[in-house]
Each structure stands twice: as structure tokens, then as C-alpha cells.
Design a protein around this ligand. Structure first.
Ligand code: TRP
Length: 466
């Protein structure tokens, strides 16, 4: 599929810019963007911060009520304009300040990439540990915690791993959209899915594992507060790669004659299934091994090594898991970088070559403080609200860009599509090629009213907690 020639497409300009080999190519690439550390690293630790089942319930609600409508809103803009977020909004609303929203998206993508690549670097470190057999003996929670602290406390090592990951991202994005991105996703996403199912079955059947399932699905409403709602909103957007124009950019490579709405909805379903599966691995394992719930960004890294030995061929599973996680992270960092790169190519007329190297290097530099924020630098490790027990720099970046900035972005995208550009025009773009969007009136209602109001309420509740 990936090598199918695109020259037969009628639009010469679109062909030069590149486009997905078809609907499947898009679904693979967009699912590759959505599925990543957000599902497997960020989701479990946000659930733990958000008090378990009640967070999961609100998260699922936000995926349906906000995530799906916003995916379609972003895709409609991208497909209509075939441009990066800034150029797209300028084309639809020339002479207005709306392109600044695209600019916020480009900046947010850059900032997310700068901490995401650090976690992706940890993943490579763990892949290495699994290859050398460090998990070969049964590991207690405290040993596992020790191992994590050792890795993240080694600043030089983490910076090196981050650099390796950034380089991989640069090399794939350099290849352009069809060659690099689609190819990477085609086999690996299904493999990741199968592996996660196996691990989840094992985790749930571990002694004490069921408590994790209860924790994940039984809401305890006494845990509910403004932070939980905001966190669930941020998680839904982050996990689906929304609120910064990644789906505008990916939609811009979508062939004109395929059904984009169905494709967008399938991506949301896959992404959510993977997040829930990750929860079904981490929380049972956590209760089994008695790992502390509040280990923050280290949660997944501390929890998982404790269960690999409870599996036959544990080392094989450990290696496969970290390899696939690294690749899932790569298909996500690709989309983050592609947003920034496409902006510099379309709007600043940079070559792709120049864009990937300059952006990749700058982003790497920005990643360094995050790389040092889990032990290597005491100052950065207790950056916010310290000294001693403040939040680390990486967690602050994660919340500021991954929750607040995406929420503001999603809010403004809804206002733009719902009230400025207009639902009828957006629907026309979504339905190009003759595919009617099901429940189109409901979609319009969600974009115009429900999403903006929900985001606004979440913010106000944060600012003035009841
Ligand atoms: N969604 C990805 C994940 O879950 C991360 C990601 C990629 C992202 N592109 C994005 C998040 C754009 C927000 C916006 O790992």
C-alpha cells in the first residue's frame, strides 16, 4: 500500500506535498501518532494521580464528548486546506488573528516533543536492560524502584538516550510522510496490541491482581476534584494527539476521495482500547507487587519489571515490550515533529532537510532540563513548589503543555470550526468524496456548545475550586 503511486491523483499540488497511500495509510499513521507513551506511560500515572476509577470514567466521557468531535474538527481543517496549522487558519480566515492559534500549536508540539523524548529515552534504556537480562530474576518493588532511580539519576546517560531518540525521529521525519511514517506503523501497531493483550491477561490473573481491575473501574467519587477533571480532559486530548494541530497536519495529507470521519473515529477507538489495556496491565501488577501508587512519571517503569518474571519466557516479553513501546513512542514523536517541520516548510520555505536538523537540535537542547529532572539535578527534580518536595521540571512541562495548552488549543479549535468557519463548511470538507458523516447534527452541537463549555468549566473550576 505504502508504495502505491500517487501521481494518478488529479491535484498536482497535493501530490507534490505527499499524501497517505489511502484510508488505511492514514489510519495507521494517525493511530501511530495517537498511540504512544500517552497510553502506556502517561495514562496510568494520570489515573494514579486522579484517584483511579473516577478519573477513568471522566476520561472515557471526554474521549466521546470532546475527543471524537475535536478529531473531526481538526481533520476537516487539514483536509480542506492541505496546509500546516498556521497556513491552514490563515487560508480559511485571512487577515485575522486565528493563525496565532496555529502558532500556539506549533510551539506546543515543540514543547511536548522536548519532554516526551526524555521518556522515550528511558524506554530505550529499559530495552537495553531487558536485553542484558537485568529483569531475569524476580524483582521486588524496591529493587525495581532502585533500578529506575539509578537510570534517571545518571544525567549523562539520560541525555544520551534522549539524543538517540531525537536522532531516530529526525531520520524518519526526514524521509517524508509516505516512506517513513506509514511503513513504521504497519506491522508494529498490531504486534503491540497482541503483546498488550497477553500481558493484561497475565497481570489480571496474578495473585492480588484483581484489586487493580477494581481500582481502574470502580469510581470512588470522594476522589473527585477540579484537578481530576482537568487531568482527564488533558489526558483525553494528549492521548488522541489533539489540541495542537497534529490532526490538522495529518488530515492535510488525506486523499480527497476517502471517508475521513470513519477513519478519525477508528483512531479514537484504537487509542482508547490501548490505554485501557495498559491500565489492565499496570494496576494489577502494581497491586501484585505492592508498588507505591504515587511514584509519578516513574510509575510504569517501576511497576512493569516486577511482573515479567511471572511470565514464561519473561525476558522475551520484556524485550518485545520495550522495543514496541519505543517504536510506539517513535510514531508519536514523528507526528509532533512533523507539525513543526511542516510549518517551517510551508510558511518559511525551508527545505525538509534543514527543518528536521534545526528543529531536532533545538528541541534536544530544550529536552536537557527535563532529562535531568528525575534525580540527576536536585534543583530540577523539585523545580516547582520545592524545596525538597516540589514537582519536577518534567512533570511541570507535562502539565503545562500536555494539559493546559492542549485544552486551550482544543477550546479555540472548537470555537473556530463551530462559530467562525462554520459547521456547514466543515461538514462539506469532511464529506468530500460523498461520504456522509453519521450523526452530523450531533457533531455540530458538540463542537459548538458541549466542547467549549466543558473546557471552560474545567478551567474555571481549576481557578476557583469550589
Ligand atoms: N498522542 C501521543 C501519545 O499518546 C503523543 C502525541 C503525539 C501528541 N502527537 C501529539 C500529544 C500531539 C498531543 C498532541 O503518546
Amino acid at each position: 500500500m505504502a508504495s502505491e503511486p500517487t501521481t494518478s491523483r488529479p491535484k498536482a499540488a497535493a501530490t507534490e506535498r505527499g499524501q497517505w497511500s489511502g484510508k488505511l495509510g492514514f489510519i495507521l499513521a494517525a493511530a501511530g501518532s495517537a498511540i504512544g507513551l500517552g497510553n502506556i506511560w502517561r495514562f496510568p500515572f494520570s489515573v494514579a494521580e486522579g484517584g483511579g476509577g473516577v478519573f477513568v470514567l471522566i476520561y472515557l466521557f471526554f474521549v466521546l464528548a470532546i475527543g471524537v468531535p475535536v478529531i473531526l474538527a481538526e481533520l476537516s481543517i487539514g483536509r480542506e486546506t492541505r496546509l500546516n496549522p498556521v497556513g491552514a487558519l490563515r487560508k480559511l480566515m485571512p487577515g485575522s488573528w486565528w493563525p496565532a492559534l496555529g502558532g500556539l500549536g506549533v510551539a506546543t508540539g515543540f514543547a511536548i516533543l522536548a519532554f516526551y523524548s526524555v521518556i522515550a529515552g528511558w524506554t530505550i534504556g529499559y530495552l537495553y536492560k531487558s536485553v542484558t537480562g537485568e529483569f531475569n530474576t524476580a524483582i521486588s518493588a524496591s529493587q525495581s524502584g532502585e533500578m529506575f532511580n539509578q537510570l534517571t539519576g545518571d544525567g549523562g546517560m539520560v541525555i544520551f538516550l534522549t539524543a538517540v531518540f531525537m536522532l531516530l525521529t529526525i531520520l524518519v521525519v526526514r524521509g517524508g510522510i509516505n516512506k517513513g511514517i506509514e511503513r513504521a506503523t504497519k506491522i508494529l501497531m498490531p504486534a503491540l496490541f497482541i503483546l498488550l493483550v497477553l500481558l493484561a491477561v497475565r497481570a489480571v490473573t496474578l495473585p492480588g491482581g484483581w484489586a487493580g481491575v477494581v481500582y481502574l473501574f470502580q469510581p470512588d467519587f470522594s476522589e473527585l476534584n477540579a484537578g481530576v477533571i482537568m487531568g482527564a480532559l488533558g489526558q483525553a486530548l494528549f492521548s488522541l494527539s489533539l489540541g495542537m494541530g497534529a490532526m490538522i497536519t495529518y488530515g492535510s495529507y488525506f486523499p480527497k476521495d476517502e471517508s475521513i470521519a470513519a477513519a478519525g473515529v477508528s483512531v479514537a477507538i484504537f487509542d482508547t482500547v490501548i490505554a485501557v489495556l495498559a491500565g489492565l496491565i499496570i494496576f494489577p501488577a502494581l497491586f501484585y507487587a505492592d508498588v507505591e501508587l504515587n511514584t509519578g512519571p516513574g510509575l510504569v517503569f517501576v511497576t512493569l519489571p516486577t511482573i515479567f518474571n511471572a511470565l514464561p519466557a519473561g525476558q522475551f516479553f520484556a524485550m518485545s515490550f520495550y522495543a514496541l513501546l519505543a517504536i510506539a513512542a517513535l510514531t508519536s514523536t514523528i507526528s509532533l515533529m512533523e507539525v513543526v517541520v511542516s510549518y517551517f516548510i510551508d510558511e518559511r520555505k525551508w527545505s525538509r532537510e534543514k527543518a528536521v536538523w534545526l528543529i531536532g537540535s533545538a528541541c534536544f537542547l530544550l529536552a536537557i532540563p527535563s532529562a535531568l529532572a528525575n534525580g540527576a539535578s536536585p534543583f530540577l527534580s523539585t523545580f516547582f513548589g520545592g524545596p525538597g518536595d516540589g514537582l519536577d521540571f518534567l512533570s511541570v512541562q507535562n502539565t503545562v503543555w500536555g494539559t493546559y495548552s492542549l485544552s486551550i488549543g482544543a477550546f479555540l479549535i472548537c470555537i473556530f470550526v463551530g462559530w467562525k468557519w462554520g459547521i456547514p463548511a466543515a461538514l462539506e470538507s469532511l464529506e468530500a468524496g460523498g461520504h456522509r458523516v453519521p450523526l452530523r447534527a450531533l457533531w455540530g452541537f458538540l463542537v459548538r456548545y458541549v466542547c467549549p463549555i466543558a473546557v471552560l468549566v474545567a478551567f474555571l473550576y481549576m481557578v476557583w475550586p469550589a
